[in-house]
Design a protein around this ligand. Sequence first.
Ligand SMILES: Cc1cc2nc3c(=O)[nH]c(=O)nc-3n(C[C@H](O)[C@H](O)[C@H](O)COP(=O)(O)O)c2cc1C
Length: 177
Amino acid sequence: MRVLIVNGSPRAKGNSDLLCDAFLRGAQEAGHQVEKISLRDKVVHPCRACYACFQTGACVQKDDMADLLAKVEAAEVLVLASPTYFLTMSGQMKGFIDRLLPKWQGLSGKDAYIIVTGHDGRQGLRRNAEDLAAILENLGDSVRQIIWGERVWKKGEVLGTPAMEEAYQAGRHLGVR
Ligand SMILES: Cc1cc2nc3c(=O)[nH]c(=O)nc-3n(C[C@H](O)[C@H](O)[C@H](O)COP(=O)(O)O)c2cc1C
């Protein structure tokens, strides 16, 4: 399967990044075609709400999003990873999601996975995960699993927690029902 992992954390080698890598390793070992994208490396301007894309199918802004949107369209499995910022997803992740607008009716039917991180326990990360899940379901995708990187604050704290193995196993067992 074609798998696209999108990391919405600005921290290189941070907790979300490490969980994405564990998922990626599992999926690669299972023979899938996997690509990981870190939004921190991309230029994605905020949606301008001009609605030109409703006429043309493309955004008027010339940044990295056209390329990202093509990758999202092509993916059979979509993994969204985000740290929890003030109870929900990072601004980077939300900005990316808003820019899905040109193709929002053509992104259904994917298997979706969610990776959330945060210093709180699961209850504090719940809104982040639920917001991402609601968006994916609204697009017509099926959320297969949420990976909870809970009680991790500093860079790398997720290493050695059960979430690492959960992310690896989720990647390893993609498509298995
Ligand atoms: C602006 C900001 C807001 C945050 N808000 C929360 C929060 O509401 N709940 C929480 O559990 N952690 C919060 N955190 C902590 C991060 O979610 C936590 O450090 C996480 O591990 C970061 O993931 P990363 O290493 O992938 O960047 C916040 C961090 C920042 C920078």
